[in-house]
Design a protein around this ligand. Structure first.
Ligand code: ADP
Ligand code: MG
Length: 387
């Protein structure tokens, strides 16, 4: 789960990680009141969307007067912000963060992520932080340093020294930087984060270290332990069909192709998307209905695929194991009867109770196209969407 920068900064405050003064604004009046509270200019007006690259896309602007705060917040609220992380459709800006403008001397990069191959927490840092960090990673990888922390032992002073030296920090800053890194590590562990990223972490002209940006992602599987985090969810930032799918615990991700697909098992779903692509079409979604899916879950999954306007054909690929073919067939028939199918559906089904499943589909009177194997299914559906 993702949260906004202003929410992440609240969390940083809780852990005494220094952030600029400021607060969120949901209207122009809010923005002016927030600027008044800061009491000094420049202030920075920042679009709050669940994507980075806002600076380059025009979503971070400096205002040197109250009039300018008004003008900027009027133009930013409601605008479609396109960044390299939003895709070409962009995202509508509905919230702002109004904060104190700082005198930046240097922009650093600092993040924490779980590293699967070492089963440790990776601290990633660079002295070349800021808006071009992707280019630094691609062109000057030697400028990115990584230090690994064994979660069973926890962060130690030598980790902090290693990162500090790697960042080329002057001795007077090492102590305050190490304190920040320790607190960030604690936040990362205590909140079951999948990412904590500060880009940029700045050294100000006054020689203080401040988190100017804040990104915190949480492991969805651990959210049951963090009710305070769940309340920060902003469904405005999520795809409406993904929000709908999450109500039924369906692993659904919306994609930009036009072949809807329903599969059981994440691995088989990935393979199905590959084979759709290989057949010359592209998937409209990822959907793993899961091993223990009920007919009701299948019904909801199928209904969600049907409600995607981009879908021109559907491929159902089920290898019946724990999820039996007859349960799947019942769910499909129920959804089809309630929603009505306007697009062709190709079904490839094998495994437990496959005869019973086929019988349910056949006697439903629905116009379903059967396939002998996965390749045949992908080719049939690709042919359909090609017209
Ligand atoms: P994004 O990563 O989405 O582009 P950031 O929050 O990192 O957004 O802001 C982009 C850039 O804007 C920063 O690298 C920094 O140079 C500048 N900036 C952001 N917040 C402030 C601030 N409070 N004071 C001064 N400059 C800022
Ligand atoms: Mg940033």
């Amino acid at each position: 789960m993702k949260i906004h920068e202003y929410q992440a900064k609240e969390l940083f405050r809780k852990y005494q990680i220094p952030v600029p003064e400021g607060g969120p604004a949901f209207s122009v009046e809010d923005a002016l009141a927030a600027a008044d509270r800061l009491g000094a200019y420049p202030v920075v007006v920042k679009a709050q969307i669940h994507a980075g690259g806002r600076g380059k896309g025009g979503g971070v602007k400096l205002a040197s007067s109250k009039d300018e705060v008004k003008r900027l917040s009027e133009s930013m609220l409601g605008m479609t912000l396109v960044t390299h992380q939003t895709g070409t459709a962009g995202k509508t800006v509905k919230k702002l963060l109004i904060e104190q403008g700082l005198n930046i001397e240097k922009e650093l990069y600092l993040s924490l992520v779980p590293d699967r191959s070492s089963a440790m927490v990776a601290i990633i840092a660079s002295e070349a932080g800021g808006m071009d960090i992707e280019a630094v990673a691609a062109e000057q990888p030697e400028k990115i340093i990584k230090v690994f922390v064994d979660p069973l032992i926890g962060i130690q002073p030598y980790h902090c020294r290693k990162v500090s030296f790697g960042l080329g920090l002057s001795p007077d800053l090492i102590k305050s930087f190490s304190a920040i890194l320790n607190r960030l590590y604690r936040l990362f562990m205590e909140y079951d984060c999948s990412l904590v990223e500060i880009n940029p972490l700045v050294i100000t002209a006054e020689k203080t270290i401040v988190a100017l940006d804040a990104k915190v992602n949480f492991d969805d599987n651990a959210l049951f332990r963090h009710t305070d985090v769940v309340s920060l969810r902003d469904t405005d930032e999520e795809h409406p069909l993904e929000v709908e799918a999450s109500k039924y615990n369906l692993n659904y991700i919306n994609l930009d192709g036009n072949v809807g697909n329903m599969v059981n098992g994440a691995g088989l779903a990935m393979a199905t998307m590959d084979i759709i692509q290989q057949a010359g079409a592209s998937p409209a979604n990822f959907l793993d209905v899961g091993g223990g899916a009920s007919a009701e879950m299948v019904e909801n999954g199928f209904r969600i695929i049907l409600s995607d306007k981009n879908v021109k054909g559907i491929l159902i690929n089920i290898f019946g194991g724990i999820l039996r073919c007859d349960i799947l067939a019942e769910g499909v028939v129920q959804a089809a009867k309630k929603t009505g199918i306007q697009v062709p559906v190709v079904v490839r089904m094998e495994g437990t109770n496959v005869e019973k499943g086929r019988e349910i589909l056949k006697s439903s009177g629905l116009n379903l196209i059967t396939a002998v194997d996965l390749k045949d299914a992908a080719q049939k559906v690709a042919q359909i969407v090609r017209g």
